[in-house]
Design a protein around this ligand. Structure first.
Ligand SMILES: [Zn+2]
Ligand SMILES: [Zn+2]
Length: 273
């Protein structure tokens, strides 16, 4: 299994970090978790792309995690010449979100269907709204879900992917909680969106203080990884975005609580399990 950080950014625009998304390659199956800003470009960089996706898994409907889903849908449709169905899984509300996206795309769809003989239908997709605890398979990848804690954003879910003995947990934006513990237990890689409480707590701005309420800090993510026996902790969606010179400091702050491997990196950093 390979985990490719296709977007390590956050809502804050960054010239070098795409918005949140992570690609898992498990055997021949490419599974995308979230679809933040620039995801289709980063998929190209990861030797993948919308037509290769066996499924998209959505953790929650915050815009930074889904703002490029329409690009994935449209590009999948055009590049697969309408022959393939895009499978999308997410928390309750995802189906309605996708339907609204499709409504916004109606002019584009009608232009293209009218112009191209090879297109006779709009995008083919199948959306499954999931409840925490649901499990399902995508090809030979076993996927389980659990509730995460990102209140007041509800519902939010995380995912545990198992393939040929390798386990990856990708949990999105969340505080430490039972659901994350369950998903990340003994995982080969636990991918967590994180922020730096030590940097953000002293900033006297309401917007900054608000985001502290519903995200894991680096230390909290490391404590979770340690508590549940994850082998690797992978940091992403870092706030504030670090420069490469800052990576050792981020790693040291996690290493104070976790003995396993800690990964922090740029977009397209790849973790092989
Ligand atoms: Zn969020
Ligand atoms: Zn986010």
């Amino acid at each position: 299994m390979e985990i490719i950080l296709t977007g390590t950014g956050s809502p804050i625009p960054d010239p070098n970090r795409a918005g949140p998304s992570t690609l898992v390659k498990a055997g021949g199956s490419h599974i995308l978790v979230d679809a933040g800003r620039g995801v289709v470009m980063r998929l190209a960089g990861a030797e993948s792309g919308p037509p290769f996706l066996a499924a998209i898994l959505i953790t929650h409907l915050h815009s930074d995690h889904v703002c490029a889903l329409n690009d994935v849908i449209t590009t999948h449709w055009i590049q697969s010449q309408e022959s393939a169905t895009l499978k999308i899984f997410g928390p309750v509300g995802t189906e309605e979100f996708v339907q609204r996206q499709m409504h916004a795309l109606e002019p584009d769809i009608s232009y293209r269907v009218e112009h191209h003989d090879f297109l006779t239908n709009g995008p083919q997709y199948e959306v499954s709204d999931l409840e925490p605890g649901d499990s399902f398979t995508v090809n030979d990848v076993q996927i389980t879900t659990a509730a995460t804690e990102h209140s007041p954003v509800k519902p939010t879910i995380g995912f545990r992917l198992e393939h040929e003995g390798s386990v990856a947990a990708l949990v999105g934006d969340t505080l430490p909680c039972d659901g994350v513990d369950e998903l990340a237990r003994n995982a080969d890689a636990y991918v967590q969106t994180v922020l730096r409480r030590d940097i953000l707590e002293p900033i006297p701005m309401e917007g900054v203080q608000d985001i502290l309420e519903y995200h894991s800090g680096v230390a909290q993510a490391a404590e979770t990884a340690s508590r549940v026996g994850s082998k690797r902790l992978v940091l992403t969606h870092m706030v504030p975005a670090p420069q490469p010179d800052d990576y050792p400091d981020w790693i040291a702050r996690a290493a104070a609580f976790f003995d396993g491997e800690i990964v922090i990196g740029d977009d397209l950093t790849t973790i092989s399990l």
